[in-house]
Design a protein around this ligand. Structure first.
Ligand code: URA
Ligand code: SF4
Length: 205
């Protein structure tokens, strides 16, 4: 199947999904969106009020800031793939629960495998925890690490920067490092580099 068709198939399954309790209160599931050949894939937490209304990711205040951050490195939201760890809105925007994240994880895994992005940017602690379960975001934000052969860059959630203005500059600076990371990915040929012995520990940059 073509990657775009594959993404469509996954989105169709998400819209019909009842694998966890979050299907009960949803108005619209939010599978995620973006080009099937995106180089960058962003993972947020879960749909909020506006996302649930519209069925699209990051369309509220956090999304506006995400668009500003993308613009600061010359990108538009249409250039990247944007999705979440859970595809349905947790009631009242509560944190997604471990069993909900687990139930939803195969959709995200399949999206990542289909798109095969150069880098994954995690936004906030729930998507960070997929790759760095024990890490503190204050310690590792903005630092690219290779996990299972893929470049992962943990970032603060844009909503955190809206609530805590001092983080705004930090997030801007972390985003400013992304283009440099991508340039280096192109230089890393899988045929000339052995996989790292302990990918969690290896900092590439
Ligand atoms: N916050 C998220 O984590 N995801 C969205 O889609 C919107 C806001
Ligand atoms: Fe299914 Fe994910 Fe929605 Fe739960 S959050 S119902 S697993 S699509």
């Amino acid at each position: 199947m073509e990657p775009a068709d594959n993404l469509g198939q996954i989105a169709g399954e998400v819209h019909a999904c009842k694998l966890c309790r979050l299907h009960v209160g949803r108005k619209n599931a939010v599978p995620g969106e973006g080009p099937a050949n995106a180089e960058l894939l962003f993972i947020g937490e879960g749909p909020g009020f506006h996302e649930n209304e519209q069925g699209r990711p990051f369309v509220g205040a956090a999304g506006k800031f995400l668009e500003e951050l993308l613009a600061s490195i010359g990108l538009k939201r249409e250039d990247v793939f944007i999705c979440n760890v859970v595809k349905c809105r947790p009631p009242g925007n509560r944190d997604p629960q471990a069993d909900e994240i687990e139930a939803c994880s195969s959709y995200l895994d399949r999206q990542i495998n289909t798109i095969n992005p150069k880098a994954i940017i995690t936004l906030g602690r729930f998507s960070m925890a997929r790759y760095f379960p024990k890490a503190r975001i204050s310690a590792i934000h903005g630092q690219a690490k290779q996990v299972d052969g893929r470049l992962i860059v943990p970032m603060y959630h844009p909503a955190a920067a809206l609530h805590q203005p001092s983080l705004r500059q930090v997030v801007m600076q972390d985003f400013a490092r992304l283009p440099g990371y991508l340039d280096q990915v192109t230089d890393i040929s899988p045929t000339t580099h052995e996989p790292p012995e302990d990918p969690q520990q290896l900092s590439l940059f």
